[in-house]
Design a protein around this ligand. Structure first.
Ligand SMILES: Nc1ncnc2c1ncn2[C@@H]1O[C@H](COP(=O)(O)OP(=O)(O)OP(=O)(O)O)[C@@H](O)[C@H]1O
Length: 275
């Protein structure tokens, strides 16, 4: 069963059609990278999956059931701009979401429940290299560290789907390489389904198991309002394992390269995505 089943979805803002006829099956555990020109509706699509927008037409199923029309713990999100709270420590930032969920009025857990939560937070923070920074505040962290914190904030709630909106766009290339390795590791370990918007094609092919291209098929000035973007390509990415080389080394090596990552792709002629 697909984790997300998107059928003939349209997004409209007033008279402006932003997306039209978007159909996409995203299998559980996939890592889907979405690319497309600026303004074609990529962020709007993510907001739809998060539950911040409703489709003008069409349906979205999450694990076979209609997707709740509000954001919930089953969907985590990380934005390009750091979404951490400046007045809370690293640990406080990670605990806030689960504590509010467990205790909406007090926003705080106690006893065994809290100890277990703190332990889970510690394990995850250590995994992303923030184990020594639990008591620091976000202003004391670099951009890359803040994004790693934002990832833990989302993952601690064990979402079924993780939505990433250009999460690494503001980072320096070297830091980006490191966080790509980490992202891939976290994805493999958690098995979470990921949908990531990126402007960086290389990043899309490096991380994605599928690269989906949104584009406007009608682009004349008089057509801009009435016609939206849709999926123009849906590409499956196959990676060959290099004997004797472990997965992380391979990605780290790819991250250092300036030329496009060597991958094999197949165009997916899924009836759901054929227009
Ligand atoms: N809440 C809104 N109300 C009205 N129009 C909106 C709203 N949100 C987005 N739009 C419009 O929808 C279109 C798509 O915007 P969106 O941010 O989804 O594109 P994008 O592909 O993510 O762009 P970029 O790559 O530049 O971030 C734009 O024309 C934008 O102005």
């Amino acid at each position: 069963m697909s984790a997300l089943s998107i059928k003939n979805v349209w997004i409209e803002y007033g008279a402006q059609v932003v997306l039209e006829r978007v159909s996409l099956e995203i299998e559980a555990g996939a890592f889907v990278a979405i690319v497309g020109p600026s303004g074609c509706g990529k962020t709007s699509f993510l907001r739809l999956l998060l539950g911040q927008e409703s489709p003008a037409r069409g349906t979205i199923l999450l694990d076979g059931k209609p997707m709740p029309s509000e954001p919930g713990p089953d969907r985590g999100v990380v934005f390009q701009r750091y979404s951490v709270f400046p007045h809370l420590t690293v640990l406080g930032n990670v605990l806030l979401g689960p504590e509010l969920e467990a205790s909406p009025i007090l926003g705080r857990t106690f006893g065994k429940c809290r100890r277990q939560l703190v332990e889970r937070a510690r394990v995850l923070l250590t995994e992303v290299g923030l184990g020594d920074s639990l008591d620091k505040y976000p202003t004391q962290l670099s951009g890359g560290m803040q994004q790693r914190l934002a990832l833990v904030q989302a993952l601690i709630r064990q979402p079924r789907v993780l939505l990433l909106d250009e999460p690494f766009g503001a980072l320096d290339p070297g830091i980006r390489g490191e966080i790509h390795v980490l992202m891939k590791k976290l994805w493999k370990e958690t098995g979470v389904t990921i949908v990531m918007v990126t402007h960086d094609l290389r990043e899309a092919f490096l991380l994605g198991t599928r690269v989906v291209v949104f584009d406007r098929l009608r682009n004349r000035p008089e057509e801009k309002q009435r016609y939206g973007a849709t999926i123009s390509q849906n590409i499956e990415v196959h990676r060959r394992r290099v004997p004797g080389q472990d997965f992380h080394e391979r990605i780290a090596e790819d991250s250092d390269r300036d030329d496009p990552v060597a991958v094999e792709t197949t165009r997916r002629d899924d009836p759901a995505t054929t227009h």
